[in-house]
Design a protein around this ligand. Sequence first.
Ligand code: PEP
Length: 250
Amino acid sequence: MPRKLVVANWKMHGSLASNQQLLEAYIQTLKSLENVDVVVCVPYPYLAQAQSLLASSSIAWGAQNVSKDTLGAYTGEVSALMLRDFGAKYVIIGHSERATAYCESDENVATKFMQAKAHGLIPILCVGETLIEREAGMMEMVVAKQLDTIIQMYGAALFANAVIAYEPIWAIGSGLAATPDQAQSMHEFIRNRIASHDEDAANSLKILYGGSVNPQNAVQLFVMQNINGGLIGRCSLNAQEFEGICRAAN
Ligand code: PEP
């Protein structure tokens, strides 16, 4: 079984003081877990802090968004190269909170994915359906469209060694996680969809589940064959809960 990957998404939480406490607690509680890769995606201003506190640990860090452009007159944007300057290895792309609040289109998300890959970052592409779409049985169609936009614009080979996070929108922050079978079935669909274009890229992909993962449900999710780890929001803000999830993955 490939090593699991657990990614903390801090969203817009934290301060220099509280981050220091949380990162020090991560380092202490996770140092004995040798069979899981852990990443923390912090708000932009705290990348330097993550770099200085985590550089000598096995925990990697990243950001929660990236510009679709490389350099230039794009006020307020942050480029992939800038993230690299702070040692970031990963970047979350297309989180549903951005799609909803900032009208991010599938095309923009695809270009951000390409930018991340072009500059040596590992993109964590978020895909997933709303509750209405699931109840209408449209969840695979919705996720397929999100993947196909990237495939059509840049080719399926771009998925090589990338990460996809299946995050049903109804499960994010709701306390209602997808069942292991629901997640497994969508993860299988995602891998097959990419494999139908590029089998090597599909085999090199990690597919994470995100949406109300907690220390209690993590084991049942992570034992599923196609679930390669988790993207964790709320529970990543509590060192003990995050440790419980990482331990389940380990
Ligand atoms: C997320 O926002 O990526 C997420 C998975 O949040 P939560 O774990 O709080 O559902």
